[in-house]
Design a protein. Structure first.
Length: 201
């Protein structure tokens, strides 16, 4: 009798373990402390103005966007927007598609000048590092491109490097170092319609 009870108990425990393994694991949205760690009170000579504000949360906290302002001693104010994604490749995709939106009005090339890779436009500095894609843009007239680059470099130094390089697939392009400057990287896709301007890519 005890043996039958023991076997039933083992079966029940096995069933619970199996069910638990089949259930998806849900990540929680980031806490105030986690956001403050991503966008700390001080970045070099820059001081955060106000608490970071969570703008968008998707996929149960796996993807989110947070924004805050930083001030310099010169009176310059800059807006920092940080997006966290599930993988480095997704963050790099956001970088390249963002660069493409700027190319209608100006020449934008991706390089390793900030973060793992990034670009500087007339309006902002955008870079990716690890699972993060960040932008730094002047908020007032006193903020210069030099200060935006300095703040971007300070922020980049605090972020996890992840794989520490651009997606390996890009390195298989002919003359990849040149091609990487303007290539659009799609981590996954079902159609090229959104980026194709003509019938031939």
């Amino acid at each position: 009798m005890n043996l039958r009870l023991f076997n039933k108990t083992k079966l029940l425990i096995l069933g619970v373990v199996l069910l638990a393994s089949l259930c998806p694991v849900f990540a929680a949205p980031p806490t105030t402390q986690e956001l403050a760690k991503l966008l700390p009170e001080r970045l070099g000579s820059f001081r955060r103005v106000g608490a970071p504000k969570l703008q968008d949360v998707q996929e149960n906290g796996e993807i989110f966007l947070v924004q805050t302002q930083y001030a310099a001693g010169t009176g310059a104010r800059l807006i920092v927007t940080l997006r966290q994604l599930p993988q480095d490749g997704r963050a790099y995709e956001v970088l390249t598609t963002t660069a493409q939106t700027f190319r209608d009005n100006e020449t934008v090339e991706i390089s390793s000048s900030v973060g793992t890779a990034g670009f500087v436009s007339s309006r902002e500095v955008v870079f990716f590092k690890g699972r993060h894609c960040a932008s730094v843009q002047p908020e007032n007239a006193r903020a210069s491109e030099k200060e935006a680059l300095a703040l971007a470099a300070e922020l980049s130094a605090t972020l996890n490097r992840g794989e520490g390089e651009i997606p390996i697939l890009l390195k298989h392009l002919p003359d990849w170092e040149q091609a990487q400057k303007t290539a659009i990287y799609l981590n996954r896709f079902s159609s090229l319609d959104s980026i194709a301007e003509d019938g031939v890519l």
